[in-house]
Write a protein that binds this ligand. Structure first.
Ligand SMILES: Cc1cc2nc3c(=O)[nH]c(=O)nc-3n(C[C@H](O)[C@H](O)[C@H](O)COP(=O)(O)O)c2cc1C
Length: 196
């Protein structure tokens, strides 16, 4: 698989980090294109203590990337900005209300929103892990617009029934659900068995 992961300036940087780590070690994934919006850098610094754009991937992965490449959000000439480039989908995790608005309204004025626009026009999976609380009517309308255009609205609402031991485990299990949705079931995913 060839996937795109974008991180934007919503809370939940740990989720993006866990997604990148899971994809980097998943043998079914050949290439990951990573884009961090300018404002995600502020949240990364606040939430993970990761500062600066230099070696960002290495800082997030904890090791040198083998299959993940980073693109600047201003680089609208990157491969993923074109539908001719073969991609199997895109995950925006976390997705801010600003980026949701840009995608829902087709702005395509940054690499994140352009790559999402391309993903929708090519009818490829686009997963928007939106995060805000509470939602105003503009957020709700934009989610409807994006869903009607083919995106999956996958809100950052973690599960509690798996009794996560800490925030990393909670993030990891959320990421497992996102990746399963795109066809990449993870070996460590919690599966509810109910009463047997
Ligand atoms: C620490 C921090 C947390 C934030 N959390 C959210 C959030 O959960 N959801 C959201 O929509 N915006 C959040 N914001 C605001 C966005 O970063 C801001 O609207 C920004 O313009 C989004 O830009 P982007 O979509 O290009 O990344 C947060 C900002 C900071 C500094």
């Amino acid at each position: 698989m060839n996937l795109t992961v974008a991180m934007t300036g919503a809370s939940g940087a740990i989720l993006g980090r866990e997604a990148l780590r899971a994809l980097e070690s998943d043998e079914r994934v050949a290439h990951v294109h990573f884009v961090a919006s300018e404002n995600s850098l502020r949240v990364l610094a606040e939430e993970l203590g990761v500062s600066g754009r230099n070696d960002l991937l290495e800082k997030l992965l904890g090791t040198a990337p083998k299959k993940t490449v980073q693109h600047a959000d201003a680089d609208i000439g990157a491969a993923i900005a074109s539908g001719s480039y073969p991609s199997q989908g895109m995950i925006v995790l976390p997705c801010s209300m600003g980026t949701l608005a840009a995608i829902a309204n087709g702005l395509a004025n940054s690499l994140v929103s352009r790559a999402a626009d391309v993903t929708l026009k090519e009818r490829r999976p686009l997963i928007l892990c939106v995060r805000e609380t509470p939602f105003n009517r503009i957020h709700l309308r934009n989610m409807t617009l994006a869903a009607e255009a083919g995106a999956v609205i996958f809100p950052v609402i973690p599960a509690f029934y798996n009794k996560p031991s800490d925030s990393t485990e909670m993030a990891l299990q959320f990421v497992c659900r996102v990746l399963a949705h795109i066809g990449l079931e993870q070996p460590g995913a919690f599966v509810w068995k109910g009463e047997e």
